[in-house]
Each structure stands twice: as structure tokens, then as C-alpha cells.
Design a protein around this ligand. Structure first.
Ligand code: 13P
Length: 334
């Protein structure tokens, strides 16, 4: 696989005014989302729900790619078209979550490391054949008393870099995601310090493993106070802190940065992205790769009438894509 092809895919993922929809919830995570709205977690309901999202009319106006879970990449529309083919035919790049989730990090109480490197090369080769062109790996960093430890930050950065190098060898663009959780009562300054250390460690590890940044996308968490912090920063402070943190840690050669929503409300996630892009003078496109902030309103509506609300829920998906697409240009008006 040439670096030109990887770079081309990476650039297409962050094309102006477009972002990614993350629909890669594992079977256990989607179970929680379905349970929240009273939908039974069957394979057919998962398939039907992913069909709703992926076949939203004109989705590619604002969405460049979608991250799928293993099961979804192997499923098809009700008319029998494999989802990956449907996506490619409709201007949406297929992506795949390839990590195997977080596990307790030995020797580091309260911290986790993401697993999934064993056998990854073979899985990546298969995903490429199935049509995937980018792959996501999510590392999780928790802020708490005396954590994160340097050990946790480095172990996760190392795994992210190993996975990223394997992805590029197999022709997939790595979307490296070191998520600093919003759980906790830490303030925005603490989140800034932790995010800075995490990104520094990550880009050091990517360099050590010979990962080509021109063919890599960063999926970042925003610099924001913990959910339980009494002093919440306003939209401009989140935007300025996040951009400053990224500018001081992320090389300009990276094709783009996309954000996760991480538990922010729909409106917050869009307002923050918009405010960052309004700052201007950015070395990379800043866009979105939202899961909950793209889906939660549509899921709720669909759950009220699975057949009757199918098209209405798709209209909600389109609206959220449009709002976030405008925010990726700094043109969202609220
Ligand atoms: P949220 O936007 O719901 O945080 O999900 C994005 C994601 O892909 C997390 O890995």
C-alpha cells in the first residue's frame, strides 16, 4: 500500500465540512443504548438500526465515513447489499473498530489498557478485503486521585502505535483515539495537563514505530472539565484550551483531527467544534467523529415506533450531520 493512497483516504475523511459517524458500539455497548430506550438487543434490531443510520438519504453531504463494529461490516441491508458496498457506492468510507476493549492494567489500580494486538495483522487483512479503509483503536485514560500514571499513558501509547503501524502495512488509515474521560470532578486545567501528556506520549510512540503521520487521523477528546466539576468552563474556554493543547502537541503534517463527543450533549459537542473552527488559523481540519452526539436523538425517536419512525429518525440523523458539518467549517448558527 502506498503512502499516497493512505494520505488520500485520510484527506477524504476530513474533507471540508464533513465528519465521521461512529456507530461501532460493541454488542455490549449497544445493549446499554438499546436498553435505555427499550429496544431488544437482537441481531436483527442491531442490523436494522445500523441500516437506518447508513442509508440516511444524502448522508454523504456531511459525512465522509462511518466506523462499524465487526458484526456490522459482515451485515447487509434488508435488500441484501453488504453495508460496506452500500457505503462505498454512496460516498461513505467504511471504517472498522479493531481494538478488543479495555482491561485492567496490572500494577496500576483504577487504570486500563486497550487490548487486541494479538492476531491483528490477519484481522486487518480480512477487514481490508471486506471493504474497510480505515480502522479505529480507542485507548482510555482516567483522571482521578494520583492517576493517570506515566505507566498507563505509555502502555496505551505503545499499543496505539503498534496498531497504527500494522494498519498502514495492511492499507488502512489508523484513526488513533486516546480518550481522556470526562468522568470525575477535575477542572479544565487538569484535563489540559493530562491531554497534553497523553498526546506527547502518543506522537513519540508513533514516531518510534515508524508510523507515517500523513496517513493517520487523530481522534481526540476535547479539553473540558470533568462531569462532576462544579466550575464548568464556557464554550470559548473549551475551544481555546483544546486548540492550544493540540497546537502544542500535534504535528502540522497530520491530515486532520476529529473529536469524540464523550458524553457531551448534542448542542455542546456542536458548539465546541464550531467555536474551535471560528478561531481560524489552524494547521489541520478539525471535524467530528461523534457516536452518541450523532445518534442519541434519532435512536430515541426510532425506539417509539421502529417501522413508523424509520424515515423520521433518518431526518434527525441528517440534521445532526448537517449541524456538525457546518460546525466543522465554523458556520453553525445554533
Ligand atoms: P462518543 O462520541 O459517543 O464519545 O463515541 C465516539 C467513539 O467512537 C468513542 O470511541
Amino acid at each position: 500500500m502506498s503512502i499516497e493512497q493512505l494520505a488520500e483516504t485520510a484527506q477524504a475523511m476530513v474533507a471540508a465540512g464533513k465528519g465521521i459517524i461512529a456507530i461501532d458500539e460493541s454488542t455490549t455497548t449497544i445493549a446499554k443504548r438499546f436498553e435505555g430506550v427499550g429496544i431488544e438487543n437482537t441481531e436483527e434490531n442491531r442490523r436494522a438500526y445500523r441500516e437506518l443510520l447508513l442509508t440516511t438519504p444524502k448522508l454523504s453531504d456531511y459525512i465522509s465515513g462511518a466506523i462499524l463494529f465487526d458484526e456490522t461490516l459482515r451485515q447487509s441491508t434488508k435488500d441484501g447489499v453488504p453495508f460496506a458496498k452500500y457505503m462505498s457506492d454512496n460516498g461513505i468510507i467504511p471504517g472498522i473498530k479493531v481494538d478488543k476493549g479495555t482491561h485492567a492494567l496490572a500494577g496500576c489500580p483504577g487504570e486500563v489498557v486497550t487490548e487486541g494486538l494479538d492476531g491483528l495483522r490477519d484481522r486487518l487483512k480480512e477487514y481490508y478485503k471486506l471493504g474497510a479503509r480505515f480502522a479505529k483503536w480507542r485507548a482510555v485514560i482516567t483522571i482521578g486521585e494520583d492517576i493517570p500514571s506515566g505507566t498507563c499513558i505509555e502502555a496505551n501509547a505503545h499499543a496505539l502505535a503498534r496498531y497504527a503501524a500494522l494498519c498502514q502495512e495492511c492499507g488502512l488509515v489508523p484513526m488513533v483515539e486516546p480518550e481522556v474521560l470526562m468522568d470525575g470532578d477535575h477542572n479544565i486545567e487538569v484535563c489540559y495537563e493530562v491531554t497534553e501528556a497523553v498526546l506527547r506520549s502518543l506522537f513519540g510512540a508513533l514516531y518510534e514505530q515508524n508510523v507515517l503521520l500523513e496517513g493517520t487521523i487523530l481522534k481526540a477528546s476535547m479539553v473540558i472539565a470533568g462531569k462532576d466539576c462544579e466550575e464548568q468552563a464556557d464554550v470559548d474556554e473549551v475551544a481555546e484550551s483544546t486548540v492550544m493543547c493540540l497546537k502544542s502537541t500535534v504535528p502540522a503534517i497530520l491530515p486532520g483531527v476529529v473529536f469524540l463527543s464523550g458524553g457531551q450533549t448534542d448542542e455542546q459537542s456542536t458548539a465546541h467544534l464550531n467555536a474551535m473552527n471560528q478561531l481560524g488559523n489552524l494547521p489541520w481540519p478539525l471535524s467530528f467523529s461523534y457516536g452518541r452526539a450523532m445518534q442519541q436523538a434519532a435512536l430515541k425517536l426510532w425506539s417509539q415506533d421502529l417501522k413508523g419512525n424509520f424515515a423520521k429518525a433518518q431526518a434527525v440523523v441528517y440534521e445532526r450531520a448537517k449541524e456538525n458539518g457546518l460546525a466543522a467549517l465554523g458556520k453553525w448558527e445554533g
